[in-house]
Design a protein around this ligand. Structure first.
Ligand SMILES: Cc1ncc(COP(=O)(O)O)c(C=O)c1O
Length: 365
């Protein structure tokens, strides 16, 4: 019998948020809300939807393998070179491309405990190891991460803001981390995953893009999945040195983004008004959700994202009970946070349904 590679012997599939239709069927429910995958509850900009519809009659052709126009649009928007961009099937594919391109089995990556699980999964795929650094108050301890980095550590992954904790690191903390790494003269490259940047409002938060523009050897990942409401289309990208981009380009599948996703990304890139308005709508819904959680006596971690990490006692049990009532959230045991659930901020009516159900779950205990 043919055997899979040793590195993936104990691999379990990624636990994604459960689909609405599946939960309706299993629990015989009419109403189900999904607040599980940090998606945007709103559709993409009108302009994007129009482009998608228009392209139905062109799907017999392959997309542009180089995604040149998407790169050009992103490059102009972010004021970086076109050769500094790699487009992927979501930021998720970029994580995997980095691992496939750079990680030998003797290499390591550095991540925080409770950090987005896909970094470690990508390292494991290559048989590489992951060094885990404790968080402080649910925040990445960037100083400690830089201090533990050694010769074998190729990447240091930092989601900023972070998933699933929702916390952020300040510009000063990022600067300090870069300083420590530079002093150590390591080749370790920090990867800043900015999937949730559009929801961050803290005064002392800043994108790492400014450090990239100043010539620092760092990688930044972004996605169209969250703020542009395009999770189903699968487009994300990395900003990196030309050398790294060239390497990733050599190994990525030739048609990793589709005709439709490329056109949608190009149309979305300059929709700054949509992005701003949508973020404001979601953030004001978050404020109300926070108020109602507090009123009901639930603690949660302060968040700079479109989701909240809420302390509920037995997270797995509460997740299951909510599911039975038609609310899909995420249990956090795989993130070593068994007392918590992670809830995405949805539309106000969805958030209200979640709170009502959460209160019922507690009363039933
Ligand atoms: C921190 C972080 N990075 C990357 C991703 C992947 O995003 P994409 O949909 O672009 O693959 C997610 C998705 O939830 C995320 O939370």
């Amino acid at each position: 019998m043919i055997k899979p590679r040793k590195a993936i012997k104990n691999f379990a599939p990624y636990v994604a948020g459960r689909p609405i239709e599946e939960i309706k069927r299993i629990y015989k429910l009419k109403k189900v809300v999904k607040l599980a995958s940090n998606e945007n509850p709103y559709l993409p900009p009108e302009n994007v939807i129009k482009k998608i519809k228009n392209l139905a009659g062109a799907v017999n052709r392959y997309p542009d393998s180089n995604a040149s126009r998407v790169k050009k649009a992103i490059a102009e928007r972010l004021e970086v070179g076109e050769k500094n961009i790699v487009v992927g099937s979501g930021a998720d594919e970029i994580i995997e491309l980095l691992a496939k391109a750079y990680l030998e089995s003797e290499d390591r990556i550095v991540v925080s405990r409770h950090s987005f699980i896909r970094y470690e999964m990508a390292a494991r795929l290559m048989g590489a190891k992951t060094k885990i650094v404790r968080m402080r108050n649910f925040k990445h301890n960037l100083k400690a991460m830089a201090e533990v980095a050694g010769k074998k550590d190729k990447f240091l992954f930092v989601a900023n803001p972070s998933n699933p904790t929702g916390t952020y690191n300040t510009k000063a903390e990022v600067e300090k981390m870069l300083e420590i790494l530079e002093e150590k003269k390591l080749r370790t490259i920090p990867v800043f995953d900015e999937a949730y940047i559009d929801f961050a409002r803290a005064d002392d938060y800043a994108s790492a893009m400014e450090f990239f523009r100043k010539g620092k050897n760092i990688i930044i990942m972004r996605t169209f999945s969250k703020i542009y409401g395009m999770a189903g289309l699968r487009v994300g990208f990395a900003v990196a040195s030309e050398k790294i981009c060239e390497t990733l380009e050599r190994i990525r599948p030739p048609f990793n983004t589709t005709l439709i996703s490329q056109a949608a990304a190009m149309a979305a890139v300059n929709e700054t008004n949509y992005a701003k308005k949508t973020a404001e709508k979601i953030l004001s819904a978050k404020k109300l959700l926070e108020k109602n959680l507090r009123k009901a006596g639930f603690e949660f971690v302060p968040s700079q994202t479109n989701f909240l990490l809420v302390k509920v006692g037995n997270g797995k049990k509460v997740f299951k009970k909510l599911l039975e009532m038609g609310v899909i959230v995420r249990a956090m045991d795989e993130y070593e946070l068994p007392k918590y659930i992670r809830v995405t901020v949805g539309k106000p009516s969805e958030n209200k349904f979640f709170i009502d159900c959460l209160k019922k779950v507690r009363r039933a205990k």
